[in-house]
Design a protein around this ligand. Structure first.
Ligand SMILES: O=C(O)CCC(=O)C(=O)O
Ligand SMILES: [Fe+2]
Length: 297
């Protein structure tokens, strides 16, 4: 027997801003169960406007997390980081500091610098949905910044310069600690260049696409690129352009990787468990691999 379609007045979503820069909480909406196309479109519209949506007190199964995520696009099965996927659910990445099979988890330091998910692949992620299962008593926060505002607030001349650039994303800059494993993953995900300004396919908004994982701009040396990358990251992550999320169990945060960056803070006692589950929506194919010679420049 199919599940009943719950009557929800989603087109009149109860939205509360999370910060001045970005983000909104969607209040009073049960997101388990089925959605009509109109309801999904209403959530999508709010998401495109606010870049980040928060749902609280979500109590669902891995299968429900996956089916809700699929309403918004095709899911990645995390082949670019083929570890810590939930047993039987490759669509769910477990981001946790809890040991796996008696060994430290691969994801225990995931996201420790400002980034957009999977920028180092040729299908940079469109968006991610992170669900908090277990959290430390204090800390373990995640910060998000608005890359549409970051672009908008550049001078006209800087906008023109950046629009002509391709940023090269390098896996060795993801901030992992195990260098052997990092080298192995860099072979799987060789440096790739993407336009430094991207146009959101649905909203048409332009957003800066540069992060702390960009090594240089294609056709420029690292020495030439560094000050510009550093400036753009500093500019994008100014306090007033950031929302800092302090997690509660049952929180689900949806972020758009085309219009935001995020960073997972190590501001907690690492002996306390933190466990999150993430679905990742595939973005449009983008970018070109960087020839070895150029890479060394
Ligand atoms: O653990 C977090 O808060 C986020 C980690 C991260 O960067 C991600 O899951 O994409
Ligand atoms: Fe991330």
């Amino acid at each position: 027997m199919g599940r009943e379609v719950v009557e929800r007045k989603v087109p009149e979503l109860d939205l509360r801003p999370l910060s001045n820069a970005l983000g909104a909480e969607v209040c009073g909406l049960d997101i388990t169960g089925e959605f009509t196309a109109a309801q999904t479109a209403a959530i999508r519209g709010a998401w495109n406007e606010h870049h980040i949506l928060l749902f609280r007190d979500v109590d669902w199964s891995p299968a429900e997390h996956i089916s809700f995520s699929r309403l918004f696009g095709e899911l990645d099965i995390h082949e670019a980081t083929p570890f810590d996927r939930l047993e039987g659910y490759p669509e769910l990445l477990e981001v946790t500091n809890k040991p796996k099979n008696g060994k430290p988890s691969e994801t225990r330091n995931t996201g420790r610098n400002w980034h957009s998910d999977y920028a180092y692949t040729n299908r940079p992620s469109a968006s991610s949905m992170l669900y908090c299962v277990e959290k430390p008593p204090v800390g373990g926060d995640t910060m998000f910044c608005n890359m549409v505002r970051a672009y908008d607030e550049l001078s006209p001349t800087m906008k023109e310069i950046v629009e002509g650039l391709h940023a090269v994303f390098d896996f060795s800059l993801v901030g992992r600690q195990n260098s052997e494993k990092t080298a192995e993953l860099r072979l799987l995900n060789p440096p790739i260049a993407h336009p430094a300004v991207r146009v959101h396919p649905e909203s048409g908004l332009k957003a800066l696409y540069v992060s702390e994982r960009a090594s240089h701009f294609h056709g420029m040396s690292k020495a030439e690129s560094r000050p510009i990358i550093d400036y753009l990251c500093r500019h994008a992550t100014r306090h007033e352009n950031v929302y800092r999320h302090s997690w509660h169990t049952g929180d689900l945060v949806l972020w758009d990787n085309r219009t935001t960056m995020h960073v997972a803070l190590a501001d907690f006692d690492q002996t306390k468990p933190r466990r999150m589950l993430r679905t990742t929506l595939l973005g449009e194919p983008s970018g070109f691999l960087v020839p070895k010679a150029d890479e060394a420049a």
